[in-house]
Design a protein around this ligand. Structure first.
Ligand SMILES: Cc1ncc(COP(=O)(O)O)c(C=O)c1O
Length: 398
């Protein structure tokens, strides 16, 4: 049922904007999920295959994580009580940071409530007014917001274009401190930052290098150790941001790097100082996720083999799936209304895969973003492919 808004002279413009979004096919209808987040979920009372969660390893509903969270609640309760710098930090949080540092072969780690907060904490703590940030044009919104909060000058360079970055650095003569910031995996296209080349530029010019590996955490590198491990750049990338909301199946932000930077973030990272920490069940579940990843790379291997199969079959069917080199599959559909209609029809056929349009991706580049998961069975993938084929033919996309 369409909502009838009650507005007045101060709020009518919002209703007008919402009506315009609906007219352009850009209004985001958020589906209600009536089950645990897994390979199969329940939407509107129907069981459907879930092809759009960031639950890469199927850990969001994993029995071991659930048990760990329950055990921790019995021992530690639920909440951290206050911000860590005021009420003290639980040894559980300290343990998670230590385990993550070991897992990632980093000197030290600090955790935040989310990956978004990790960026809002880190960037303004490292650069400010009079400093310069070189930022990939397609960086995630949380990096963009962190850059804006810092009040440093933001110089955007062309996406993944190291020559363009070099030119921008050469053209920028007035600066205090400098930092290069890039996504590790670009979440809308599934391509990867050229981190070894970025490291060379950063090293030559003595500029800090920061990578946000939200979609590489648990996915790239040996046993899911992330993009720094993938390129064997340990100790060379200054700051590696990550999240435990995707492959780890829980929630929480990570910053890994040199001890001096991590200690500084405990003093100056505003979401650390002014917002309470991750809750007990979150931390305990993340610790269990680290255990699982350290014990075996089985889930990571299954994720990649599912993704390879799905991508190959989609190409054979004739879909344009962009230039992804990760388990993210952008199914390019052009205009937003086509993508929305495609998504609706997929759902009718038992496949949940959301359409993504402007402003998350540029206008005219709407898509369905398929997220592969280790939780999918071969049968799930085949059913999803059959649904894509049928809707693709019906809408004249293939
Ligand atoms: C590159 C990047 N950074 C940060 C985030 C935010 O992570 P979180 O959900 O933990 O806040 C995302 C999530 O979409 C992301 O893709």
């Amino acid at each position: 049922m369409p909502v009838e808004y009650v507005t007045d002279s101060k709020t009518q413009w919002i209703a007008d904007e919402i009506a315009a979004l609906k007219e352009q096919g850009l209004f985001n209808t958020i589906r209600t999920v009536e089950s645990a987040m897994d390979a199969h979920i329940v939407i509107d009372g129907r069981h459907v295959i879930n092809m759009c969660a960031n639950n890469y390893l199927g850990l969001a509903n994993h029995p071991r994580l659930k048990e760990a969270a329950k055990r921790a609640i019995d021992q530690w309760g639920i909440g951290p009580g206050a911000v860590r710098s005021i009420a003290g930090t639980m040894s559980l949080h300290v343990q998670l940071e230590k385990r993550l540092a070991e897992f990632k072969h980093a000197e030290a780690v600090i955790t935040f409530q989310s990956g978004f907060n990790a960026n809002l904490a880190t960037i303004p703590a490292l650069v400010g007014k009079g400093d310069v940030i070189f930022s990939d044009q397609l960086n995630h919104a949380s990096i963009i917001d962190g850059c804006r909060l810092s009040r440093a000058t933001i110089v955007a360079y062309e996406h993944n274009n190291v020559d363009n970055l070099r030119r921008k650095i050469a053209e920028t003569s007035e600066y205090g401190r400098r930092i290069i910031i890039t996504d590790g995996v670009f979440s809308m296209d599934g391509d990867i930052a050229p981190l070894p080349e970025l490291y060379e530029v950063a090293r030559e010019h003595e500029i800090l290098l920061m990578v946000d590996d939200a979609h590489g955490e648990g996915v790239l590198g040996r046993g899911g150790r992330g993009i720094v491990d993938h390129f064997d750049l340990h100790g060379k990338v200054d700051i590696e941001v990550g999240t435990m909301s995707k492959a780890f199946g829980v929630v929480g932000g990570i910053v890994a790097g040199k001890q001096v930077i991590i200690d500084w973030l405990r003093q100056r990272g505003r979401p650390f100082l002014f917002s309470s920490a991750m809750t007990v069940p979150d931390v305990a579940a993340c610790l269990e996720a680290v255990d699982i990843l350290e014990q075996s790379d089985e889930l990571v291997t299954r994720l990649w083999s599912n993704a390879d199969f799905f991508k190959q079959e989609m190409k054979t069917l004739g879909f344009d799936i962009g230039s992804s080199v990760t388990p993210i599959v952008p199914v390019m559909l052009g205009e937003a209304p086509v993508a929305q209609e495609f998504s609706r029809k997929l759902l009718e056929k038992g496949v949940f895969a959301m359409a993504i349009g402007y402003p998350t991706v540029p206008k005219g580049k709407a898509r369905i973003r398929v997220m592969n998961s280790a939780a999918h069975s071969q049968n799930d993938l085949e059913q999803a492919l059959a649904a894509f084929e049928s809707v693709g033919k019906e809408l004249g996309v293939i």
